[in-house]
Design a protein around this ligand. Structure first.
Ligand code: ADP
Length: 278
């Protein structure tokens, strides 16, 4: 039994750590407005301060992009907004309500997240999409799948939408997994949409299909996009430039090209990588 006791000790420590985590509180309430505001927000992972007095607003029904050097805290901003982590200081509001006063269930019901690393489960394509809205009928799931161009994927699979896709979708390519997660977001139809570097793992063909799905998805929604493809965000309503955990400036592409050296440098570097020839 000695070996088993040693094994249990590790499990016990992990469970203890989880039990020690603070519970995220908040009331179940219906948020009806979706403008987003970060006010002097601070956050650290352990001792490492990542977000340092960040201030910005993202308007309702508008597309806001966050850009900045790698590691400056862009993904962390999305995690804080969706309460995957709780901010330490300052305030984050959605529709004027502090997100810490809203229960995670109420908040999640208003937010769809499409991250670069998609979480899929070892069940069928159909059930993976249905996770976006558990009560959805088969017809609704298929309609969402069509909008995200999942039809082509299902057509190639032996059992169509009923095919089991392996642990975390291991039988699918990165682009295919991403399309399934976009179908989930269509099905959920949440008013706030967070997109994180979604084109990073795609080839050209997949990217074109996803682009058209995404454009349908974000119509009339409050959207925040994190992207390193500067060209793709030139036309959005507002661009937030982050550096080292702070928001250094915000505005439209043309304004930022004139007043932000960091933004101008990023645009030029991005053009260089696009023009790269082997
Ligand atoms: P970006 O999206 O701008 O590239 P991130 O928000 O992902 O940056 O990360 C900002 C910093 O936080 C990085 O230095 C990263 O190493 C660190 N970081 C990210 N996630 C964690 C985590 N779960 N635990 C500790 N540090 C993290």
């Amino acid at each position: 039994f000695i070996a088993m006791i040693l094994f249990f000790e590790d499990s016990y420590d992990r469970i203890r750590d989880l039990m020690d985590e603070s519970v995220q509180n908040g009331d179940d309430k219906e948020v009806k407005k979706y403008g987003i505001c970060f006010k002097d927000v601070e956050f650290q992972y352990g001792d490492n301060k990542i977000i340092n007095r960040a201030n910005f607003t993202a308007d309702q029904d508008a597309v806001t992009a966050i850009v900045g050097p790698s590691g400056c805290g862009k993904t962390t901003v999305l995690r804080l907004l969706s309460r995957l982590y709780d901010y330490d200081k300052g305030e984050i509001t959605v529709g004027g309500e502090d997100i810490k006063s809203i229960s995670t269930a109420s908040l999640f019901s208003k937010i769809s997240i499409v991250f670069q690393n998609v979480e899929l489960f070892n069940t069928s394509v159909m059930e993976n999409i249905r996770l976006g809205c558990k009560e959805a009928t088969d017809e609704e799931v298929l309609a969402a799948a069509k909008l995200a161009n999942v039809d082509d994927i299902a057509a190639k699979l032996p059992d169509g939408y009923k095919t089991m896709i392996g642990e975390n979708g291991s039988k699918l390519s990165g682009g295919e997994r991403q399309r399934i997660s976009i179908a989930r977001a269509f099905l959920k139809d949440a008013p706030i949409i967070l997109l994180d570097e979604i084109s990073a793992s795609l080839d050209v063909e997949n990217e074109m299909e996803i682009q058209s799905s995404i454009n349908k998805l974000i119509k009339n929604k409050t959207v925040i996009i994190v992207s390193h493809r500067m060209k793709s965000i030139e036309k959005v309503d507002k661009i937030i430039v982050m550096d080292d955990g702070k928001v250094v400036c915000a505005g439209k592409h043309e304004e930022l090209m004139k007043c932000s050296k960091l933004y101008g440098d990023m645009v030029r570097k991005s053009q260089l990588t696009e023009d790269y020839i082997y």
